[in-house]
Design a protein around this ligand. Structure first.
Ligand code: ADP
Ligand code: MG
Length: 583
């Protein structure tokens, strides 16, 4: 065995660098953070071969003093942290003072900069294993340029882990996309080889999202807890994705990968988008710097919260509330916006301008209008109508009839509303089921003659596992002999023959096998139960029932989509009709 000795400094550097710089995209992330910390409003990125042979970031930020250039690339040298207390209240992206040093250990690095009050700029060059040369005087505009060449050339083992040029370039673009959403007030340009890949002028968050995802309709979310503020712009529930890649969550404008936070946002959409699907967009959580620890990981992509459990439940609640309340009629201003939640006091705050919603936008129905058609004696009607609104003047919501016995037509002021009657009915029943499961006692109806049927093994198993679940919903089932079940009562909202619906549900529940799985899949089970026996497309509903259904729908949170995520209604304003007819 060899004796212990201190390793050579350059080896220690390379090892430490590996934690921060894994690939061109991680270098880009660090460089963008530096530019933003320097207050840049324009950032330009150039890359060759996915950033492997060349990666360059130029900004118009505050710049570096010529005498500090050499220090900037030294490990643990930073202008952002001076004391242990500073570490408890980090307001900058950087603070570890090791990004530039790490890059200089694994690539040739050129650093050029000029400060606003300086007559000229200066530059240094660092070659891994060789050392620093400079500073040289240099004429250039105010700001900083960092050039990285031949990443990992001195580390063939690392280089092997880099992917093809295309893949690395895609990762660069992903990083830029994330930063551009978090900082819409900053202009970003990205040139790869000789092709311009991205050119985003300084904008509002709305404009930026519209540019990046032109096909998406957005809703605002905003809310506050005791120790945090949430703002964001997320996709309308009628649009969602199988993957969560385009849902960005920022904590104090820092992009974090935290799966729990992402889940918290996703779970706010439970029941309004299909299970397992993801919303997209940006959610900004702002907390006091003292309530989080960002010094968890060298790449700073994780944060630790003082009280995660409570926070996540509150975030979920805010999003649910926003979805219930969402009203963003075309042409209105975004009031609360993520971009108002600033991190740098000194940084320019983006101005939220009015933006017209895209024509496909499904504007929310005026929920107060429902009370014009209140009819609380009807089976679909809510238990208690809210009397206060009944005489709201100027509101007008009238059933116009139905189309093909599948779509209901209503007039609301000067808009036309089309409702998918099956989807609407399903949605109403689904919410009843969830309310019952949540402990809200829903009226049940004793059957005059209980339904007795001999059950198949799967149905018996479903009864054993889910008898209580069904009882909470209002289907009271009992064992009536070893292979016989008896249905005693059904929820009041239930219409039609309960036996097939019950048997299907029992079979479905048996497939989940354990009470834990039933608990977990409770929304899926509720969704299919809601679907069974809901008025079908093709059945003619009397006018009174049409009104009552719409009224109930309007009292339902997340009524824009059915439990499977399909839209329930479409609203066409007169302006849209005018456009349609070329007026
Ligand atoms: P950190 O960001 O943690 O301080 P870095 O190694 O990333 O560490 O940068 C070291 C220092 O160099 C920063 O503290 C900052 O003063 C300066 N610096 C780096 N990049 C820029 C830039 N683009 N504009 C102005 N100053 C910069
Ligand atoms: Mg930094």
């Amino acid at each position: 065995m060899a004796r212990i000795q201190q390793m050579p400094a350059h080896l220690a550097e390379v090892i430490a660098a590996g934690e921060v710089i894994e690939r061109p995209a991680s270098a880009l992330k660090e460089l963008l953070e530096n530019s933003l910390d320097a207050g840049a409003s324009e950032i330009e990125v150039r890359a060759l071969k996915g950033g492997k042979t060349l990666l360059e970031v130029s900004d118009n930020g505050g710049g570096i003093h010529p005498d500090d250039l050499v220090l900037a690339v030294a490990r643990h040298a930073t202008s952002k942290l001076l004391s242990n207390e500073d570490l408890q209240r980090i307001r900058t992206f950087g603070f570890r003072g090791e990004a530039l040093a790490s890059m200089a250990a694994v690539a040739k690095l050129t650093l050029e900069s000029r400060q606003a009050d300086a007559a000229a700029g200066a530059a240094i060059k660092v070659d891994p294993g060789v050392g620093v040369s400079g500073p040289f005087p240099l004429g250039r505009r105010v700001g900083t340029r960092v050039l990285l060449q031949d990443l990992f050339e001195n580390l063939p083992a690392r280089q092997k882990f880099l992917r093809g040029d295309q893949t690395e370039e895609q990762r660069l673009r992903d990083v830029l996309k994330i930063f551009s959403v978090a900082h819409p007030e900053v202009g970003f340009r990205f040139v790869s080889g000789d092709r311009e890949r991205l050119n985003l002028a300084p904008a509002t968050l709305d404009q930026r999202l519209a540019k990046l995802f032109p096909e998406i309709d957005w809703i605002d979310v905003a809310g506050e807890g005791a120790r945090f503020r949430l703002t964001g712009v997320l996709s309308h529930p009628h649009q969602h994705r199988a993957k969560g890649d385009d849902l960005y969550v920022f904590v104090n404008r820092r992009y974090v990968k935290d799966p729990l936070l992402r889940k918290a946002v996703q779970s706010g959409f439970e029941g309004v988008i299909p299970p397992g699907q993801w919303p997209l967009g940006a959610a900004f959580v702002d907390v006091l710097p003292a309530d989080i620890d960002v010094n968890v990981h060298p790449a700073k992509t994780e944060v630790r919260f003082l009280n995660p459990g409570g926070l996540f439940a509150e975030i979920r609640g805010c999003i649910q509330a926003a979805l219930r309340e969402q009203r963003r009629p075309p042409g209105t201003t975004l009031a609360a916006s993520a971009a108002n939640a600033g991190r740098h006091a000194a940084m320019p705050r983006p101005v939220m301008a009015p933006v017209g919603a895209p024509p496909s936008y499904n504007a929310p129905i005026n929920r107060q209008a429902q009370l014009q058609v209140a009819d609380s004696n009807h089976p679909y009607a809510p238990a208690a109508a809210q009397p206060g609104f009944a005489s709201m003047p100027g509101l007008d919501l009238a059933p116009l009839g139905s189309l093909g016995d599948r779509y209901l037509l209503f007039r609301e002021n000067d808009a036309l509303i089309l409702v998918d009657q099956h989807a609407a009915h399903e949605r109403v029943r689904y919410d009843r089921i969830l309310a019952a499961l949540g402990g809200d006692k829903q009226p049940t109806q004793e059957l005059l003659t209980p339904e007795i049927f001999s059950a198949e093994p799967a149905e018996l198993e479903g009864f054993r596992l889910g008898g209580e679940w069904l009882a909470k919903v209002g289907f009271v089932v009992e064992a009536f002999g070893p292979e016989t079940l008896r249905l005693r009562s059904v929820p009041r909202w239930f219409r039609g023959d309960p036996r097939p619906a019950l048997r299907d549900s029992l079979k479905e529940i048996s497939a989940y096998r354990t009470p834990a799985a039933i608990e977990r899949e409770t929304r899926a089970i509720a969704a299919s139960l809601a679907c069974k026996g809901a008025v079908l497309s093709g059945r003619k509903l009397p006018l009174e029932e049409q009104r009552a259904l719409l009224q109930q729908l309007l009292a339902t949170p997340g009524a824009e989509t059915c439990p499977h995520g399909r839209p329930i209604y479409r609203r066409m304003t007169q302006a849209e009709l005018d456009r349609w007819f070329g007026r």
